[in-house]
Unconditional design. Structure first.
Length: 202
Protein backbone atom coordinates (compact mmCIF):
# COMPACT_ATOMS: atom_id res chain seq x y z
CA UNK A 1 0.00 0.00 0.00
CA UNK A 2 1.38 3.38 -1.00
CA UNK A 3 0.74 6.60 0.87
CA UNK A 4 0.62 9.94 -0.93
CA UNK A 5 1.27 12.69 1.59
CA UNK A 6 0.16 16.20 0.68
CA UNK A 7 0.76 19.30 2.73
CA UNK A 8 -2.03 21.89 2.50
CA UNK A 9 -1.74 25.02 0.35
CA UNK A 10 -0.30 28.20 1.80
CA UNK A 11 -2.40 29.46 4.70
CA UNK A 12 -2.82 32.89 6.24
CA UNK A 13 -0.66 31.67 9.12
CA UNK A 14 2.10 30.52 6.75
CA UNK A 15 2.15 33.94 5.13
CA UNK A 16 1.94 35.90 8.39
CA UNK A 17 4.87 37.60 10.07
CA UNK A 18 2.87 38.22 13.24
CA UNK A 19 1.51 34.76 14.04
CA UNK A 20 0.15 34.92 17.60
CA UNK A 21 2.19 38.08 18.14
CA UNK A 22 -0.03 40.00 18.10
CA UNK A 23 -2.47 38.53 15.53
CA UNK A 24 -4.24 35.22 16.12
CA UNK A 25 -5.20 33.22 13.03
CA UNK A 26 -7.64 30.68 14.46
CA UNK A 27 -8.18 27.77 12.06
CA UNK A 28 -6.41 29.70 9.30
CA UNK A 29 -7.71 29.68 5.75
CA UNK A 30 -5.61 29.40 2.62
CA UNK A 31 -4.44 32.52 0.84
CA UNK A 32 -5.01 33.44 -2.80
CA UNK A 33 -1.51 32.15 -3.46
CA UNK A 34 -2.58 28.93 -1.76
CA UNK A 35 -5.59 28.68 -4.06
CA UNK A 36 -3.26 28.91 -7.06
CA UNK A 37 -0.94 26.28 -5.57
CA UNK A 38 -3.87 23.90 -5.12
CA UNK A 39 -5.09 24.50 -8.67
CA UNK A 40 -1.63 23.70 -10.04
CA UNK A 41 -1.50 20.50 -8.03
CA UNK A 42 -4.94 19.53 -9.29
CA UNK A 43 -3.71 19.98 -12.85
CA UNK A 44 -0.64 17.83 -12.15
CA UNK A 45 -2.42 14.85 -10.60
CA UNK A 46 -5.97 15.01 -11.96
CA UNK A 47 -5.44 11.91 -14.10
CA UNK A 48 -4.09 9.79 -11.24
CA UNK A 49 -6.41 7.29 -9.58
CA UNK A 50 -6.48 6.81 -5.83
CA UNK A 51 -8.39 4.30 -3.71
CA UNK A 52 -9.14 6.41 -0.67
CA UNK A 53 -8.56 9.85 0.80
CA UNK A 54 -8.01 11.08 4.34
CA UNK A 55 -8.11 14.75 5.27
CA UNK A 56 -7.42 16.71 8.44
CA UNK A 57 -10.47 18.64 9.72
CA UNK A 58 -8.61 21.97 9.84
CA UNK A 59 -9.99 24.48 7.37
CA UNK A 60 -6.78 24.91 5.36
CA UNK A 61 -6.68 21.20 4.56
CA UNK A 62 -10.39 21.02 3.76
CA UNK A 63 -10.05 24.00 1.39
CA UNK A 64 -6.99 22.44 -0.24
CA UNK A 65 -8.74 19.10 -0.67
CA UNK A 66 -11.78 20.76 -2.24
CA UNK A 67 -9.60 22.29 -4.96
CA UNK A 68 -7.19 19.42 -5.56
CA UNK A 69 -9.83 16.66 -5.53
CA UNK A 70 -13.11 18.42 -6.44
CA UNK A 71 -14.92 15.20 -7.36
CA UNK A 72 -13.85 13.14 -4.35
CA UNK A 73 -14.96 12.87 -0.74
CA UNK A 74 -12.40 12.29 2.01
CA UNK A 75 -12.57 10.53 5.32
CA UNK A 76 -12.30 13.38 7.81
CA UNK A 77 -9.61 12.19 10.20
CA UNK A 78 -8.65 14.24 13.30
CA UNK A 79 -5.66 12.00 14.02
CA UNK A 80 -3.78 13.60 11.12
CA UNK A 81 -4.40 17.20 12.22
CA UNK A 82 -1.45 19.52 12.79
CA UNK A 83 0.70 19.63 15.90
CA UNK A 84 -1.33 22.00 18.08
CA UNK A 85 1.07 24.81 18.86
CA UNK A 86 -0.40 28.04 17.43
CA UNK A 87 -3.83 29.61 17.04
CA UNK A 88 -4.02 28.34 13.45
CA UNK A 89 -4.04 24.77 14.81
CA UNK A 90 -7.17 25.33 16.91
CA UNK A 91 -10.12 23.86 15.02
CA UNK A 92 -13.83 24.58 14.72
CA UNK A 93 -16.83 22.57 15.80
CA UNK A 94 -18.23 20.02 13.29
CA UNK A 95 -21.53 21.89 12.91
CA UNK A 96 -19.64 24.99 11.73
CA UNK A 97 -17.49 23.00 9.33
CA UNK A 98 -20.57 21.26 7.91
CA UNK A 99 -22.16 24.61 7.01
CA UNK A 100 -19.12 25.56 4.96
CA UNK A 101 -18.16 22.17 3.53
CA UNK A 102 -21.61 20.67 3.11
CA UNK A 103 -20.47 17.94 0.73
CA UNK A 104 -18.20 16.39 3.36
CA UNK A 105 -19.26 13.94 6.05
CA UNK A 106 -18.44 15.17 9.56
CA UNK A 107 -20.65 12.69 11.39
CA UNK A 108 -17.70 10.88 12.95
CA UNK A 109 -16.06 14.10 14.13
CA UNK A 110 -16.64 14.94 17.78
CA UNK A 111 -16.96 18.38 19.31
CA UNK A 112 -13.61 19.77 20.48
CA UNK A 113 -11.80 17.23 18.28
CA UNK A 114 -8.65 19.41 18.26
CA UNK A 115 -8.45 18.97 22.04
CA UNK A 116 -8.99 15.19 22.01
CA UNK A 117 -12.76 15.69 22.36
CA UNK A 118 -12.45 17.43 25.74
CA UNK A 119 -14.55 20.61 26.22
CA UNK A 120 -12.45 23.74 26.45
CA UNK A 121 -12.65 27.48 25.84
CA UNK A 122 -12.66 27.46 22.04
CA UNK A 123 -9.97 30.15 21.83
CA UNK A 124 -7.60 28.52 24.30
CA UNK A 125 -4.38 27.08 22.90
CA UNK A 126 -3.25 23.94 24.73
CA UNK A 127 0.00 22.98 23.06
CA UNK A 128 0.78 19.36 22.27
CA UNK A 129 4.12 17.69 22.86
CA UNK A 130 6.01 15.91 20.09
CA UNK A 131 5.14 12.65 21.80
CA UNK A 132 1.46 13.54 21.44
CA UNK A 133 1.68 13.77 17.66
CA UNK A 134 3.89 10.70 17.50
CA UNK A 135 1.16 8.73 19.26
CA UNK A 136 -1.48 10.15 16.91
CA UNK A 137 0.54 9.07 13.89
CA UNK A 138 0.93 5.60 15.35
CA UNK A 139 -2.82 5.35 16.02
CA UNK A 140 -3.63 6.42 12.48
CA UNK A 141 -1.21 3.96 10.90
CA UNK A 142 -2.70 1.12 12.93
CA UNK A 143 -6.23 2.20 11.98
CA UNK A 144 -5.55 1.71 8.26
CA UNK A 145 -3.42 -1.40 8.61
CA UNK A 146 -6.07 -3.78 7.30
CA UNK A 147 -7.29 -1.70 4.39
CA UNK A 148 -6.96 -3.69 1.20
CA UNK A 149 -6.04 -0.70 -0.94
CA UNK A 150 -3.18 0.28 -3.23
CA UNK A 151 -3.06 4.09 -3.13
CA UNK A 152 -4.12 6.31 -0.23
CA UNK A 153 -3.97 10.10 -0.07
CA UNK A 154 -3.41 12.05 3.15
CA UNK A 155 -4.01 15.80 3.05
CA UNK A 156 -2.37 16.99 6.22
CA UNK A 157 0.22 19.38 7.65
CA UNK A 158 3.91 20.18 7.62
CA UNK A 159 4.94 19.31 11.16
CA UNK A 160 2.70 16.25 11.40
CA UNK A 161 3.91 14.84 8.07
CA UNK A 162 7.55 15.65 8.83
CA UNK A 163 7.48 12.70 11.22
CA UNK A 164 7.44 10.57 8.08
CA UNK A 165 9.25 12.74 5.53
CA UNK A 166 11.93 13.96 7.97
CA UNK A 167 11.71 17.43 6.45
CA UNK A 168 9.08 20.15 6.10
CA UNK A 169 7.15 19.71 2.86
CA UNK A 170 6.43 22.81 0.80
CA UNK A 171 2.80 23.85 0.52
CA UNK A 172 1.04 21.46 -1.87
CA UNK A 173 4.11 19.26 -2.17
CA UNK A 174 3.42 15.55 -2.67
CA UNK A 175 5.55 12.86 -1.02
CA UNK A 176 4.93 9.17 -1.65
CA UNK A 177 6.10 6.30 0.51
CA UNK A 178 5.33 2.68 1.26
CA UNK A 179 2.96 2.08 4.14
CA UNK A 180 4.85 -0.97 5.38
CA UNK A 181 8.11 0.95 5.71
CA UNK A 182 6.48 3.77 7.67
CA UNK A 183 4.47 1.35 9.77
CA UNK A 184 7.59 -0.59 10.71
CA UNK A 185 9.13 2.55 12.17
CA UNK A 186 6.11 3.76 14.10
CA UNK A 187 4.16 0.72 15.21
CA UNK A 188 6.88 -1.77 16.13
CA UNK A 189 7.75 -2.01 19.83
CA UNK A 190 10.88 -0.07 20.78
CA UNK A 191 13.89 -2.03 22.10
CA UNK A 192 13.00 -0.75 25.57
CA UNK A 193 9.43 -2.01 25.24
CA UNK A 194 10.64 -5.39 24.00
CA UNK A 195 12.99 -5.58 26.97
CA UNK A 196 10.08 -4.87 29.33
CA UNK A 197 7.97 -7.58 27.72
CA UNK A 198 10.69 -10.17 28.44
CA UNK A 199 11.04 -9.25 32.11
CA UNK A 200 9.49 -11.83 34.43
CA UNK A 201 6.63 -10.64 36.57
CA UNK A 202 7.34 -10.40 40.26
Amino acid sequence: MKLYLIRHAESEANAASDLDNPTYYYDARITQRGVEQAKKLNNRIKNLKFDNYFCSPLTRTLETFSIVFPSSKPVIEPLIREHLYHSCDVGRQPKKLKKEFNDFDFNNLNDFWWNNNKPINEKKIIQESHNDIKMRLRSFLLSIKNLNLQKIVLVSHGTFLSQITEYMLDNCEVYDCEYNEVCLLYTSPSPRDRQKSRMPSS
